[in-house]
Design a protein around this ligand. Structure first.
Ligand SMILES: [Zn+2]
Length: 274
């Protein structure tokens, strides 16, 4: 398990608003320290369970959003404090619309990731964000940067969480390019895919092998801006050839225990659509 960043465009949508720190009394300070300590223990537990590197403090921030200055707008949605009511409504509407996209693809949602949304770069840095627009953390929470408060970005990250929730431990055998390409399809991201009405939705296609691991993926995506479009193309064609979303849920039964290395077609063709 790891954190997972996307769309590292380096862009930051600064809104010019300075960080608003809540002034805390002595008791508040101690409460904050205790909460951070608890979050730290949870992170340690996550590390022990996962046995791999995780990005701190994003894990701690998603474990205890309040410890990192986030305020709860409603259950499961944490935002930067002090925003105008109109901005709060806008963020909630983006999250709602993103959840609807995920539900529309799968016919419902099994995951309910907490969402932490920052309207300023200062807030996003404080909760452990980097240059990405959005990130799924440990497959159970989603962090959105100022430029990630966008339906396609939020739905993309939620798609990662939903896929991993639905596939459970088998998700580890899904190549990264599939996870990413599927997220583009689920998010209906027009930067990387033609509209559904287009028939073949590919903007860029390739017969080359696509990155299997997260590290390979991040490297490739940095080097080639078409990486997301290529993965989305291959996933959209695979879905069309295999009966749509249902084929995704059948994947665990069809994935090889040891994925073949560097094969361009490292997903099984399941039964063709009726
Ligand atoms: Zn992604």
């Amino acid at each position: 398990m790891t954190t997972h960043g996307d769309d590292a465009t380096g862009r930051r949508a600064e809104n010019g608003r300075g960080e608003k720190r809540r002034s805390m009394g002595r008791g508040g300070k101690w409460r904050r320290r205790v909460l951070i300590a608890v979050a730290g223990l949870l992170v340690a537990a996550a590390l022990a369970a996962g046995g791999v590197a995780v990005a701190f403090p994003s894990v701690a921030a998603t474990t205890c959003p309040g410890c990192y200055g986030m305020t709860r707008l409603r259950p499961g949605l944490y935002i930067e404090p002090g925003l105008p009511a109109a901005r709060e409504r806008e963020i909630a509407a983006v999250v709602d619309a993103a959840e609807r996209r995920v539900a529309a693809f799968y016919g419902g949602r099994r995951s309910t990731p907490d969402v932490l949304a920052c309207a300023s770069a200062v807030c996003y840095r404080r909760i452990g964000g980097g240059g990405e627009r959005g990130v799924a953390v440990l497959n159970r929470a989603v962090m959105l940067s100022p430029s990630g408060i966008d339906v396609a970005i939020a739905a993309h990250e939620m798609s990662h969480v939903e896929l991993h929730t639905r596939l459970g431990s088998a998700a580890g055998r899904v190549p990264q390019w599939f996870d990413e390409g599927l997220a583009v399809v689920v998010a209906d991201d027009s930067r990387y895919l033609k509209p559904e009405t287009a028939g073949d939705r590919c903007l860029v296609s390739t017969d080359e092998a696509l990155p299997r691991t997260l590290d390979e993926w991040l490297r490739a995506a940095r080097a080639d801006r078409n990486t997301y479009a290529k993965a989305a193309c291959r996933v959209s064609r695979w879905l069309a050839a295999n009966g749509g979303p249902r084929a995704v849920l059948d994947l665990p039964d069809n994935l090889p225990a040891e994925p073949p290395d560097n094969q361009p077609d490292d997903l099984p063709a399941t039964s063709p659509p009726p």
